[in-house]
Design a protein around this ligand. Structure first.
Ligand code: ADP
Ligand code: ZN
Length: 478
């Protein structure tokens, strides 16, 4: 054996130990807990509905035994979804702060490694660290990096993703009832997530974190300007109005850029941030925002959305006075709608024919609102979802509920099931549905035309305040 072989082997050994130590240190350091636990829900502006859904989780983390004693199964995973920069991370941190437990943050992309198995072992390590603390909030940003829908795209990295995802799911189902550990994941892209993630016992509480409305924007601006010397030319209320579709992060960025402009210009006198600095910063922030960003929504689009949503809300008010309108908004949702109206029907066991018809009219109202105000050449694709829903309801109305006087009592599925259906009978059904919907459309249009003043009032308020609830609408209608 030549004498240098021993030296080479020694070198290799030293290198191997070095790499091992380095990796160990890296993965241990990755899940450092946040030290600052003073962050509370009040430090997150807006998102009132989301916050309301979190109170019991906070109480659960503090005292899991109480829920176990009651035989309650609490969600172990919460999934925040919504556009980037809307405060998902902040909200998770605030939950840990409210419960007074450690907060471990990481990103889904931390687990996507070239080597199969590394991601999975990091997941196990993360949970081990959290469980040691007994009570904790684990936050996984960009969960879509691990939890993308399976299948289709072939590739070597697949195994790695599956193993990592499986490790995560296994860890989550391995929680003991009395562990106060909660996992919060965040994504901007709910549609790409694997269904396995949202099954019961996993991330089964989905909470939308949406773009802030004008009130929330004012609060965010107030929060982030508290430590900034604004001069009296800056009107936060007006600024909130002119920052439609800005996320919280963009608002924070806006004030920060303005502060930088102010500091750059400063010549030794007292530094003050003026409206001029803010105007300059405005363009910096807009230019830096992604193209897909919704801050490019035109005033015209906003107006159309306002009348569309106002019409849904008004017809709900007129025809379904028992329903509670929890939210009407022109803030675009992550699911691609320009705005939305959400009403909660009164709990009943059965739906009456009258209610079913009224429901269909509510769905048709959006398109009618656009047509009445802007003319039939300006109607938009914004109604596509409504049209799908109303078509389904009409088919059911006729063929499942036997409520159409002319069609009578007959279920069309029976034909298809027994192989007797013909293209002819289907064509007849389609044309009947079209007729009936046309009629409902006309009736609803008359109704809205009679109530045009109210429609305009609601739409104007929506343009002003961006979101309204039941009380607001009642106030507007007097
Ligand atoms: P996300 O996790 O949704 O991408 P973050 O929680 O990381 O967004 O928010 C980024 C920054 O934007 C925060 O650090 C904060 O400065 C600001 N911000 C966003 N939303 C809010 C909000 N609702 N209230 C206060 N600040 C906010
Ligand atoms: Zn609609």
């Amino acid at each position: 054996m030549p004498p240098y072989i021993g030296q080479i082997m020694l070198l290799i050994l030293i290198a191997a130990v070095g790499i091992w130590l380095y990796r160990k240190k890296r993965s241990a350091g990755m899940f450092k807990e946040a030290q600052d636990l003073s962050f509370l829900l009040n430090d997150v502006a807006g998102n009132t509905e989301a916050k309301a859904m979190l109170h019991d989780m906070i109480s659960f983390i503090k005292n899991p035994g109480k829920y176990a004693d009651a035989g309650a199964r609490m969600p172990r995973g919460i999934l925040f979804y919504g556009p980037p920069g809307t405060g998902k991370t902040l909200m998770a941190k605030a939950i840990a702060g409210e419960a007074g437990v450690p907060f471990y943050a990481c990103s889904g992309s931390d687990f996507m490694q070239t080597y199969v198995g590394v991601g999975a072992s990091r997941i196990r390590e993360l949970f081990k660290t959290a469980k040691k603390a007994e009570k904790a909030v684990i936050f996984i940003d960009e969960i879509d990096a691990i939890g993308k829908k399976r299948g289709r795209t072939p590739g070597a990295s697949h195994d790695e993703r599956d193993q990592t995802l499986n490790a995560l799911l296994a860890e989550m189902s391995g929680f003991h009832e009395r562990d106060g550990v909660v996992v919060i994941a965040a994504t901007n892209r709910l549609d790409t997530l694997d269904d396995a993630l949202t099954r019961p016992g996993r991330f089964d509480r989905l909470i939308e974190i949406s773009l802030p409305d004008v009130n929330a924007r004012e609060r965010i601006l107030a929060l982030h300007s508290a430590d900034k010397p604004l001069d009296e030319s800056v009107d936060l209320k007006a600024l909130a109005k002119s920052t439609v579709s800005f996320s919280g992060a963009m608002l924070e960025n806006l004030l920060n850029e303005a502060a930088i402009f102010a500091a750059n210009e400063n010549d030794g006198t007292k530094i003050l941030i003026s409206q001029t600095h803010i105007d300059k910063a405005f363009f910096t922030v807009i230019a830096g925002a992604e193209k897909t960003d919704t801050s490019f929504i035109t005033a015209e689009d906003r107006k159309i959305t306002a009348f569309h949503e106002a019409a849904h809300a008004l017809v709900t008010r007129l025809l379904l006075p028992d329903s509670y309108i929890s939210k009407v908004t022109i803030i675009p949702s992550t699911r691609g709608a320009g705005g939305f109206s959400l009403s909660i029907p009164k709990d009943t066991l059965y739906m009456t024919k009258e209610k079913l018809l009224a429901n269909m009219k509510v769905l048709l109202a959006g398109r009618i609102g656009e047509e009445l105000i802007f003319g039939d050449k300006k109607i938009t694709t914004g109604a596509s979802n409504d049209i799908e829903k109303v078509s389904t309801q009409m088919v059911n109305f006729i063929t499942s509920y036997g409520m159409d006087e002319d069609f009578g009592i007959f279920n069309m599925n029976v034909l298809a099931n027994s192989g007797l259906g013909t293209g002819d009978s289907e064509a007849k059904l389609v044309s009947l549905c079209q007729d009936r919907l046309k009629q409902l459309y006309c009736e609803t249009k008359d109704l809205l035309a009679e109530n045009l003043v109210s429609l305009r009032k609601i739409a104007d308020e929506l343009l002003n305040r961006e979101s309204l609830n039941q009380d607001d609408i009642e106030g507007i209608l007097g």
